[in-house]
Design a protein. Structure first.
Length: 61
């Protein structure tokens, strides 16, 4: 059994928040693997984390 933990990491120099997902083994609480599951420009905001999780594409004008 495993559980999913989602959390933001903010880069002040780039003004971007990267959304990470850890898959953690419930038996020993060790991280099995980590994925990047989304990102957006700006500081971490819970509503934006929910909005951009799972979206890894960007379009520039």
């Amino acid at each position: 059994m495993s559980k999913r933990v989602v959390y933001p990491v903010y880069s002040e120099s780039l003004d971007i928040t990267v959304i990470f997902q850890d898959i953690v083994d419930k038996n020993n609480n060790k991280v099995r693997y980590t994925n990047i599951v989304g990102f957006y420009y700006g500081k971490p905001v819970i509503n934006l984390i929910e909005k951009y999780e799972g979206k890894l594409q960007v379009a520039f004008d």
